[in-house]
Write a protein that binds this ligand. Structure first.
Ligand code: NI
Length: 208
């Protein structure tokens, strides 16, 4: 499966994202690649090359850091051009990475291809479970957010803490999964977060 091309793109993405501190670093991308391959094997459909390339390139030039759809389109074309990939394949990878993320809080994009559904599920799964907990607090630290501000506190930081992110986004993910395999994995990861939250709040109040 074009292993030489994949290896070369992996190296390039790795050196670009290594050391990124907000939780969208190289190891996130590497985990999404593993998850997407696993989901592809379980679902038994989709083009593995499109899935691998979209997984690898999905967080380079993220909209969170001010990059546009056109920036990501140019990036994918620059990566794939030297390997003479068919335009259909290039267009499909561009379509996936430009439509898969929550943009400004609203996810208006539902991916229409199985490859897109699988990569989006893989990216969402990596925001859940024990990894999701770790990433949430890493991102909160990166943004100088407190771990938790109890609701009875009326400071400016109330609602800006990392715990709020679980309620606003992470606990909703299990109902947004596209594939059966992804949905099954999401249920387990969801429960890990629910258990974490119960223990966190119990410890916070000195009850355990
Ligand atoms: Ni991602």
């Amino acid at each position: 499966m074009h292993q030489h091309m994949i290896d070369q793109i992996r190296q390039s993405v790795k050196s670009t994202l290594m050391g990124e501190g907000s939780g969208h670093d190289w190891w996130h991308v590497d985990r999404v690649c593993h998850l997407a391959r696993h989901l592809h094997a379980l679902e038994g459909q989709g083009d593995p090359l499109v899935i691998e390339l979209a997984s690898l390139l999905h967080d380079v030039k993220d909209h969170k850091f001010g990059f546009s759809d056109q920036d990501r389109t140019d990036l994918v074309e620059a990566y794939l051009q030297p390997f003479n990939m068919e335009q259909d394949l290039v267009d499909h990878v561009v379509y996936i990475i430009n439509h898969m993320s929550f943009k400004r809080g609203e996810n208006k994009h539902i991916l229409q291809t199985i490859e897109g559904k699988i990569v989006q599920d893989a990216d969402r799964l990596d925001a859940m479970g024990a990894i999701g907990v770790a990433r949430t607090f890493a991102y909160g630290g990166h943004q100088n957010r407190p771990l938790y501000v109890p609701k009875e506190d009326k400071s400016d930081l109330s609602g800006q803490d990392s715990i709020t992110h679980f309620h606003e986004k992470l606990f909703k993910l299990k109902d947004l999964m596209n594939t059966d395999a992804g949905s099954l994995m999401a249920k387990k990861r969801h429960q890990v977060m629910v258990d974490f939250m119960a223990t966190f709040l119990s410890e916070w109040h000195g009850h355990t």
